[in-house]
Design a protein around this ligand. Structure first.
Ligand SMILES: Cc1ncc(COP(=O)(O)O)c(C=O)c1O
Length: 339
């Protein structure tokens, strides 16, 4: 099988890094304080197996019970736990495409049978998406790489139709208008995933949360590593939840820059999909954009290019600071003029 290949992660600070949807702004100062305190007091001891202090805070913030929450070493850990919990050899898993390709890899590891159902041209969910015999159905909402959003009402409809588990991956939902978390009270087969990597500026700490009916959480606990979050991450995430205005302020700035980026890209001749995320997908229909990606990289601006037939006429651009986006736009218009 082929493994998952994450976006490039150069470690030398050479690039304006707009390729893996990190937050350009730092996390709340409360996070560093909490990490320092934890490092100086209890690091010799194992962490709480269920990340209790984090679960307690998250339950308050989201208006659910602690028993409805499982913490993970990033949303990726929770995705892996989900697939290992619910997918055996030959089991059907439905994945709309194009989307986050880690889903495919995890299903392949379990020797599950994946069914990729293409989104419509505008990234709407196609008819026939809800397969009653699927053990798992994935939906990233907002979706990556498109940034587009499926209304929660529609998601509730899928949950009702499905026999198996519906995973709503809300990695980017703080940049959108609505969350599916309230649906977990109504539908026993919905799991909603969140990450601290995007809106909370903590990609380096590796923290995610799953929200679901207590029976699903109970099953997933059996599959997870005993201590899947370290003490520093638990402290960091709990502190981040103590400072929601900090995150919300960063999200507001990013949404404003997203609007400017989308408008400017349209002015440069790109088709830009309506984004409710911290990135935009920009397309020149029928033109392979690998050359543009490479030329931007030569100019120290890193964006994401997917070398697949469905996406090779697109680039995905993370919304950076205003200065970073001004630089990207300047280089991009220069490159397009020369071609
Ligand atoms: C749709 C989606 N889900 C999950 C993740 C992973 O999140 P984490 O950093 O918490 O593992 C990403 C990361 O880019 C993503 O795009």
């Amino acid at each position: 099988m082929e493994g998952y290949s994450p976006g490039e992660q150069p470690q030398d600070g050479q690039y304006i890094k707009l390729n893996t949807n990190e937050n350009p702004y730092p996390p709340s100062p409360k996070v560093a304080e909490a990490i320092n305190k934890e490092a100086n007091t209890s690091i010799r001891l194992y962490p709480s197996p269920m990340a209790d202090s984090l679960r307690r805070k998250a339950a308050k913030v989201h208006g659910v019970r602690e028993e409805n929450i499982l913490a993970g070493n990033g949303a990726d850990d929770l995705l892996s736990i989900l697939v290992r919990s619910f997918v055996g050899k030959g089991d059907l898993v439905v994945i709309p495409t194009p989307t986050y390709t880690l889903y495919d890899t995890l299903v392949a590891i379990q020797e599950g049978k994946k069914l990729n159902i293409p989104f419509t041209e505008n990234f709407d969910i196609p008819e026939g998406f809800a397969k009653r015999d699927a053990k798992l159905t994935f939906l990233a909402n907002p979706n990556s790489p498109s940034g587009t959003f499926t209304p929660i009402k529609k998601i509730a409809g899928f949950a009702k139709e499905l026999n198996g588990v519906l995973v709503v991956d809300e990695a980017y939902v703080d940049f959108a208008s609505e969350s599916a978390i309230p649906l977990i009270n109504e539908y026993p087969n919905i799991v909603v995933l969140r990450t601290f990597s995007k809106s909370f500026s903590l990609a380096g700490m590796r923290i995610g949360l799953a929200f679901a009916n207590r029976n699903l959480i109970h099953g997933m606990i059996k599959v997870k590593d005993s201590y899947n979050l370290n003490r520093l991450s638990i402290a960091a995430a709990a502190a981040a939840l103590d400072d929601m205005p900090w995150m919300e302020n960063n999200v507001a700035k990013i949404k404003k820059t997203r609007q400017r980026l989308s408008t400017s890209l349209t002015g440069l001749g790109f088709k830009v999909y309506p984004s409710q995320s911290n990135f935009v997908l920009a397309k020149i229909p029928g033109r392979n954009l690998k050359g543009i990606y490479e030329e931007l990289k030569r100019r120290d601006v890193l964006v994401r290019y997917f070398d697949t037939p469905e996406l090779n006429d697109c680039i995905r651009i993370t919304v950076g600071t205003d200065d970073e986006i001004s630089r990207l736009l300047k280089e991009l218009s220069d490159i397009l003029e020369k071609k």
